[in-house]
Design a protein around this ligand. Structure first.
Ligand SMILES: Cc1ncc(COP(=O)(O)O)c(C=O)c1O
Length: 445
């Protein structure tokens, strides 16, 4: 793999080696010229809240779908915990432990309010992936999922909402079906859900940026008697989530994609389901009574939190949520939309760019290919201009295969990006497209 990458880069520089990019999906569209309307007149320069931009003056960070940057306030909350009240939670009688427990449980309270859940419906995991594993293993056992039962996923799932279902389905003889994608959107009607025992679906695609209609999907799935799991990793950073309004059974997200630290994920579940679901991990803190023969489990939500939890991470996620609340999702959505419209309009003017999704019902994610070039080469070039993007499959290899793409370049925006970032990104692409070797490659493809 490493060799392939190197060879490709070398090839790009010399204008040779196009074997790997044959079959690239090119859907360049023209004529969309969305005006950039007085961007951020009413909002402040958010970058000054992020020390990383001070330390990397030329950084154009467009890899937000992989992980967001962290505001000083969030980083400070971690430092405060370790410097002022570091202790384990739920165990100590002493003052520091009480303080740490209070801060930890307060965060849970804030997170619950944030998505309109109750505190005992919020569990902490390492990340979305772990939470989605916990749900899959728990549901297979609880429902149970048997031979011939259907698990319904979509063609646009991230590996973290796919591989565990495959593993479990293979073991039990269950069947996985996929909702198709056309023009960036899911294609379904009520009948799509009739056989499903579990429907597990992303709220927002990490490649296409598509925002799925979870309320409708949940209604169809519930009418068919299925349990509904939603992977919200790309949604929560950008939009207000109300789990009651969406009426979903389980919802998961990761702190690090929404200004929080790594190592913390959230699992929401409806209380009546959580109380029946078995934990995935066993040990200290998740038990009530233990003897040498057996154990009884702790109440919700602690039944799902075995061992010392990620204390500073939970506290810092609470601080990230405060930061988001202070800006307000309406403002985040406005900035998202303006940035996306501007970038989308500009990238559409370029010749030789293929977009994976031309549908505009989405968050600020633009996945694309430069005609004839390996995505790694494009990302490598952009990096020389200070532009950080992701290149490859973005943990969604089946979707890329489905779209006949051997990977893509992904630019993903967040509210602290600005018009200048988009300009540098677009100008860098223009520079790349104008390079003699690239023009030669484009002409050959
Ligand atoms: C849609 C989606 N789901 C799940 C995940 C997994 O998140 P994590 O790596 O934090 O577990 C990601 C990460 O990129 C994602 O984009």
């Amino acid at each position: 793999m490493a060799d392939e990458k190197l060879e490709s880069k070398k090839g790009f520089l010399k204008g040779i080696n196009l074997k790997k990019i044959k079959g690239m999906h090119i859907t360049g569209i023209k004529g969309i010229n969305v005006k950039f309307i007085k961007f951020r007149k009413a909002t402040k320069n958010f970058k000054k809240d992020f020390e990383i931009f001070n330390n990397n003056k030329k950084l154009v960070y467009l890899d937000n779908a992989a992980t967001s940057q962290k505001p000083k306030k969030v980083i400070q909350s971690i430092v405060d915990y370790y410097e002022k009240y570091n202790a384990n939670v739920h165990r100590g009688i002493h003052e520091l432990s009480e303080k740490a427990t209070l801060a930890y449980e307060n965060s849970r309270k804030n997170i619950a309010q944030f998505i309109n859940a109750s505190e005992d419906e919020i569990m902490f995991s390492k990340n979305s992936t772990e939470a989605l594993n916990l749900i899959a293993y728990g549901l297979f056992e609880m429902l149970p999922v048997r031979k011939g039962d259907t698990i319904l996923l979509t063609r646009m799932e991230h590996h973290s909402n796919l591989v565990q279902w495959q593993q479990l389905a293979n073991k039990k003889g269950a069947i996985i079906k996929y909702i198709e994608v056309e023009n960036g959107n899911l294609v379904y009607d009520r009948t799509t859900f009739t056989q499903a025992k579990v429907v597990s679906i992303c709220h927002v695609s990490n490649v296409l940026g598509t925002i799925n209609n979870i309320q409708e999907i949940s209604r169809f799935a519930h009418d068919a008697g299925a349990v509904v799991v939603v992977d919200g990793a790309q949604a929560v950073p950008h939009m207000k989530i109300d789990v009651k309004l969406l009426d979903i059974d389980f919802y998961t997200f990761s702190g690090h994609k929404m200004l929080g630290p790594t190592g913390i994920g959230v699992l929401y579940g409806k209380k009546e389901l959580l109380s029946k679901l078995n934990p995935l991990f066993y040990g200290g803190d998740m038990v009530k009574e233990v003897n040498y023969e057996e154990a009884t489990f702790n109440d919700l939500p602690w039944k799902f939190e075995a061992g010392t939890p990620p204390i500073s991470e939970v506290i810092a996620l609470g601080s990230a949520i405060e930061y988001i609340n202070n800006i307000g999702y309406e403002n985040i959505a406005l900035i998202d939309r303006e940035l996306f419209n501007y970038a989308f309009g500009e990238i559409n003017k370029l010749d030789g760019i293929g977009l994976l999704n031309i549908n505009k019902n989405r968050i600020g994610i633009i996945s694309f290919n430069v005609n004839g070039l390996h995505p790694h080469d494009v990302a490598h070039f952009l990096n020389t201009k200070g532009v950080a993007v992701r290149a490859g499959y973005h943990c969604a290899q089946p979707l890329h295969n489905y779209l006949s793409c051997k990977g893509s370049v992904r630019a993903s925006f967040y509210f602290y990006n600005d018009k200048k970032d988009v300009d540098i990104f677009i100008n860098s692409l223009k520079e790349l497209l104008a390079m003699e070797s690239v023009v030669e490659i484009k002409n050959k493809v």
